[in-house]
Design a protein around this ligand. Sequence first.
Ligand code: FE2
Length: 421
Amino acid sequence: MCFHVGIPFSPYCSVRSIYITIPTIGLFFTGVPGSMAVTWTTFNKTESKVEYGLLGGRLFEMSAKGGTTLFVDSGEEKRELYIHRVTLTGLKPAATYVYHCGSDEGWSDVFLFTALNDSTSFSPRFALYGDLGNENPQSLARLQKETQLGMYDVILHIGDFAYDMDEDNARIGDEFMRQIQSIAAYVPYMTCPGNHEATYNFSNYRNRFSMPGQTESLWYSWNLGSAHIISISTEVYFYLEFGLDLLFKQYEWLTKDLEEANKPENRAVRPWIITMGHRPMYCSDDDQDDCTKFDSYVSPGLEDLFYRYGVDLELWAHEHTYERLWPVYGDKVYNGSKDQPYVNPKAPVHIITGSAGCRERTDRFNPNPKDWSAFRSTDYGYTRMQLVNATHLYLEQVSDDQYGKVIDSIWVIRSLFYHSI
Ligand SMILES: [Fe+2]
């Protein structure tokens, strides 16, 4: 038995031959309905094949081929990893498929996933968190079990992986991917980069994940149910040595993407606009980090844009705590009304959820938070979100310290045709 707490997959559990190891498998939604990207790594060059079939049908009835890219880590050993990407297309919405991946030289274990439902009336269930590491990944066991129980359709990992993927010549990255395989091989694992991915110009992040679009997973958007979901890199504001042009390119893309999503005909179909990015604009932690000061680079860069286009919900991490904010813009609270702050809020709602668990432990809070801070917790945990329909969105915070207790929950409600500005 190779499962044990914290490190669910020893490096040798999935070995099918002495020469080929298949250390990690991840599913990523391509953004195109009826499709799914399967990504995995081997230590030598092989074909990239996925064999799959409908659950209950003939096993491995279908197969798809993809491509391999060589990722040479920039550490001293210059380790070579082959990253395989295969896109499955023509999947039936909401149907469950059984699959394995590899090649005739070695196959992975068998996994299953459910194709995302592409209907706008679909009510997807998410788990979301940031800052999950190899050491002290406290929430991982609960997330593994809940994923395998079918509680989630999608996972959002809001930056900071492994601590850090490049360490030990990227073996920490391999180990981390093995750890999350027990989640990411079953449901799409959608990501954005955090500061812990910065080494060698985010190369481990850019190579190991497969998000929609052509930016090597740095920024992208996709639709699910009644939401348009935008993922950004806050790190373009901090690592200018990797190119100031990235900051401008992302901003230009983001403006166009928001403009498009906000067109009346699009907003009528997908009224929710949700963003995710690693470093928050606001927080009330006491670690003197960037968001503890209002002049964090992220706020002047993005706050006006998000407000102007009526973003409903902004998901952040980076601070190793959970914090829910009242609707806020320009450091001021804009509640929907005194009694119902989250009914037709007049500014975006912010959630900071970076307490999944890592070697840096949790952070502490400033004892005197500003008016916009609504609820705070230093417990390890993660957030659940359900996009119930075009008007109702539910969020709750799970405390792993309290054995899965829900310690905070809200409904965000927006009337159809309501626009916050
Ligand atoms: Fe961070």
